[in-house]
Write a protein that binds this ligand. Structure first.
Ligand code: HDL
Ligand code: ZN
Length: 417
């Protein structure tokens, strides 16, 4: 490669880095809450350190019995995790590095003094100002929440009219309905829905009334469910009856996509509580038959198993009502985000959404998006360099258009249908 050619590759990467950095992102799936939900919005150094990704990693470096850890206060747990993963060992995992990316971006040096000074800094930051500071540092324009009518902590907030920050849009999460029908029925009955667990048209209509009531109450933009690797479609199950007779007709009526997160094996180690979930390979024939059998429905989909990711991309080539999104959870590491994004660009062009943060703690938006932007910009630059070698010189306007598509535009267009 001549000096001139290598110089133009470097400048191309710099152009792409710059444009990607200045492109605001719509983060379609997080577990964050609008500050109006008060204590449900997790933020600050202790919430960052007790993030379940770090809990599972720290148990590998600690002898403490599970119950002793869970009996400790959040501050004590954070101290244990800091010592295990940051003091006794280099914090090289993605989740550890992320904490340091956040602190560095906020101008905080964790090497100076104890965690106490960091705690004091965050404690002095009002939630609304904290949101502004993080959204600016992460260049995030909006985040999708995860809103469950079945969550006893969250539900009361929807029953009062709290002031809402429109940047936090709602998404209706319905795992208990879809996956635990027998326990969902008494919950629905307690909340005014006249149904039984029998698979009748009347009961299906009551479930649709529940879905419609909550979609209107929270103004959700899509419905979402996470599914175990064993999920099959079609199948003679309550899950599939609910999908066919209630959820998918509801999504058609409200002109909303249905989001599937496939391949999570819950409570592989229950002693780790939220940190105890694992992964399993899904049978994506189920997704194929959902897309093929419901052409009027639109499906957002992400998969947890790396082995499913190539199949998901190939399926998306066959069904335009399928929109792959994100490098979910255990695939959200720089190496895998790079591999997955290159695969998607090379097989789908721009018709996908490369990432969602899945952030649970406000400050995580900073690291999850800085790390993602760097990797996506690299993959995009490589594709543009391939174009350049065929004489197609991408313009800055085209890079801005493409980045805007990848960081929320394509999702929003898919939602509009
Ligand atoms: O089911 C989900 O939405 C997952 O994202 C889980 O919440 C998981 O605990 C998680 O936070 N992954 O990033
Ligand atoms: Zn999630």
């Amino acid at each position: 490669m001549s000096n001139r050619e290598s110089a133009s590759i470097v400048s191309l990467r710099q152009r792409v880095d710059g444009i990607v950095a200045e492109t605001p992102v719509l983060d379609l799936h997080t577990h964050l809450y609008d500050p109006g939900f008060r204590s449900l919005l997790l933020r600050g150094i202790d919430d960052l350190l007790v993030y379940h990704y770090l809990v599972s990693e720290s148990f590998r470096q600690m002898e403490i019995p599970y119950d002793r850890f869970w009996a400790a206060s959040k501050t004590e747990q954070a101290d244990l995790i800091w010592d295990a993963l940051f003091v006794k060992h280099s914090p090289v995992s993605e989740a550890c590095t992320g904490v340091l990316t956040v602190l560095n971006a906020l101008g905080l040096d964790p090497r100076q003094g104890e965690l106490k000074s960091l705690r004091g800094w965050f404690a002095a930051l009002p939630p609304e100002e904290h949101v502004e500071r993080v959204f600016k540092a992460a260049n995030v324009s909006a985040v999708g929440m995860t809103n469950s009518p079945f969550d006893d902590q969250e539900r009361p907030y929807w029953e009062q009219s709290i002031p809402r920050d429109s940047r936090f849009f709602a998404a209706l999460r319905i795992d208990p309905l879809i996956l635990s029908w027998e326990t969902a029925v008494p919950f629905l009955r307690r909340n005014g829905y006249d149904l039984t667990s029998d698979r009748t048209e009347k009961n299906a209509l009551e479930v649709r009334r529940f879905l419609a009531d909550w979609t209107r109450k929270i103004g959700s933009r899509y419905c979402m469910v996470s599914l175990p690797p064993e999920f099959r479609y079609p199948a003679d199950t309550d899950t599939n009856w609910l999908l066919d007779e209630a959820v998918l007709p509801h999504c058609r009526e409200f002109k909303q996509p249905f989001a599937l997160m496939m391949g999570v094996r819950r409570a592989v180690n229950p002693l780790l509580r939220m940190a105890g979930d694992g992964v399993g390979r899904s049978d994506l024939n189920a997704l194929r038959d959902l897309c093929d059998g419901n052409p009027e429905n639109r499906f957002l989909a992400t998969v947890l198993s790396r082995e499913n990711l190539h199949e998901l991309v190939v399926l998306a080539r066959k069904f335009r009502n399928l929109h792959p999104f994100g490098c979910w959870w255990f695939t959200n590491t720089p190496q895998l985000v790079g591999e997955i994004t290159r695969m998607r660009l090379e097989l789908l062009g721009m018709s996908f959404t490369p990432q969602h943060s899945d952030a649970r703690v406000l400050d995580q938006l900073i690291y999850k998006w800085r790390h993602t932007r760097s990797v996506v910009a690299g993959a995009l630059s490589e594709r543009y360099a391939a174009l350049a070698s065929s004489g197609w010189m991408v313009t800055d306007a085209e890079i801005r258009r493409d980045a805007s598509e990848l960081f929320g535009g394509s999702f929003e267009r898919f939602c509009r249908g």
